[in-house]
Design a binder for this molecule. Structure first.
Ligand SMILES: Nc1ncnc2c1ncn2[C@@H]1O[C@H](COP(=O)(O)OP(=O)(O)O)[C@@H](O)[C@H]1O
Ligand SMILES: [Mg+2]
Length: 460
């Protein structure tokens, strides 16, 4: 695109225009439209004014001419014609001589010659006439009427008054219109600036967030307008981002915390063993280190599982039919006598990821086994549109108040008692998030004695 000079040349004015501020562009467009509108209305105004003034003159000279015709027809014309409004009158007889005229009017030369008089009578309209040849320094408006006995009456009036008022009006408009335009453009500039001010303050707010990271909300304007809703929406977004950010930070710090103790334990065991190599039971040391390593591995595994769930944002990696009635016995096989499985004969199929669902069951059974005395009971049945999987133990259970909380990440209730065989408190979080991704639900309930975990998954 850059290599094409003509195209670039054509784009340049548009680019210049786009680079101008919104305030400038809006003001410029509004002013341009106003300028055209004002110019057109000024033009129309002068035109209408001129026309109405001319028609007023025409009416009055027609009146004078008519009166004169009446007097002439009645043979009552005075020697000196008079007219109160300064209309020039000439009465011409059939031979072309001026028989009567107003004072000061040429008595020898008619304003119009015979041919022109005839044409003017035929037209029946007033016309312009240059007064100069007759010693009148103005343009005249002239009307001709015919009277009895072959007479003609000419009435004329200088056009100069009309011309003067049109010129004056024109001058006023010529000065006034640009002045008005400048005023209106200034007003637009101010009003548009005011309208855009909340946007500028939004921008400043965003800048502050970037600069200081202290204020985390944009200023919301008081007016309930579009900018208001924009600010509210942006603030909602900021709140969500902040929450996600906080969650991420907490996860990192919790994970680091969880990593610390097994690592410290490994380090201590190795330091002790190396510090006193004589009489050291290396096998015991290796077993201790291995146990801590297993904890680390489990933690890494759980974190990875959660990271994958987060990454997918509640969607499944795989969606395939999973035969739970097959999966449940297969998964619990390795626990042997410690787990009793109750599965009916009918196939129970859900849609999702078999690996993920297997991990859900393992997490629940591991938890139950840690607390139970009698064998853990795993039961699968269909209930309405759902597959219901329960894992029941006869351990101490979880107090009602904590049954939701334990689903949070890194929540451990029995940390002091059985920390070594427990995990980092991620097991139930993984269970819940996986089940939700499958469109299902999970909760804990009292099995008196013990605890029952209930997983509901929609049947496919
Ligand atoms: N079957 C159960 N009986 C009693 N308490 C349980 C049971 N299952 C889970 N819990 C409690 O819930 C907490 C969270 O469980 P979980 O998320 O699996 O973490 P973890 O197993 O790593 O400790 C456990 O620390 C435990 O205190
Ligand atoms: Mg667990």
């Amino acid at each position: 695109m850059e290599a094409d000079p003509p195209a670039r040349g054509r784009r340049r004015p548009v680019g210049w225009w786009r680079r101008k501020s919104l305030r400038f562009r809006l003001t410029a467009v509004a002013s341009a439209v106003l300028a055209v509108a004002l110019a057109v209305s000024a033009w129309v105004m002068v035109g209408v004014l001129g026309r109405s003034l001319i028609s007023a003159i025409d009416d009055s000279i027609y009146q004078r001419a008519r009166e004169t015709v009446s007097l002439s027809d009645a043979e009552r014309l005075p020697d000196e014609l008079t007219s109160p409004d300064g209309t020039l009158l000439q009465v011409i007889d059939g031979a072309g001589r001026i028989t009567h005229a107003t004072t000061g009017t040429d008595r020898l030369v008619p304003l119009l010659d015979a041919r022109e008089r005839a044409r003017a009578i035929q037209k029946g309209q007033a016309r312009f006439l240059d007064g100069q040849p007759y010693g009148i320094p103005h343009v005249l408006r002239v009307r001709v009427l015919s009277a009895d006995r072959n007479r003609t009456v000419i009435a004329a009036r200088p056009f100069s008054e009309v011309q003067a008022s049109i010129t004056t009006t024109g001058h006023v408009l010529l000065v006034g219109t640009p002045l008005l335009l400048v005023l209106l453009a200034g007003a637009s500039w101010v009003i548009i600036g005011r309208t855009l001010r909340p946007i500028a303050s939004l921008r400043r707010g965003a800048e502050e967030i970037t600069d200081t990271a202290r204020s985390r909300r944009l200023p919301v304007p008081e007016a309930r307008d579009e900018v208001h809703s924009l600010a509210v929406t942006l603030n909602d977004m900021l709140a969500r981002l902040e929450k996600a950010d906080a969650r991420q930070r907490a996860l990192v710090s919790d994970a680091a915390h969880e990593l610390r103790s097994p690592l410290a334990s490994i380090r201590l065991q190795l330091e002790v063993a190396l510090g006193h190599p004589e009489g050291q039971d290396w096998r015991e040391t290796a077993e201790g280190v291995l146990e801590d390593t297993m904890r680390l591995a489990r933690l890494a595994e759980d974190l990875l599982a959660l990271a994958r769930l987060d990454e997918r944002g509640g969607a499944l990696a795989r969606r395939e039919p999973v035969e739970l009635d097959q999966l449940v016995p297969q998964t619990t096989e390795r626990y042997g006598e410690a787990v009793t499985v109750k599965v009916g004969h009918d196939p129970i199929v859900v849609t999702g990821d078999a690996l993920d669902l297997g991990r859900v069951l393992v997490n629940l059974v591991d938890n139950a086994l840690r607390h139970t005395v009698a064998p853990v009971v795993v039961e699968l049945r269909a209930a309405g549109a759902d597959a219901v999987l329960t894992v029941t133990d006869d351990g101490p259970g979880i107090p009602e108040a904590d049954r939701e909380r334990v689903f949070d990440r890194f929540t451990r209730l029995d940390s002091a008692r059985s920390r070594d065989d427990g995990g980092a408190g991620l097991g139930l979080a993984i269970v819940r998030e996986t089940v939700h991704a499958h469109g299902g639900a999970v909760h804990l309930e009292d099995a008196s004695p013990g605890l029952r975990a209930v997983v509901r998954l929609p049947l496919s």
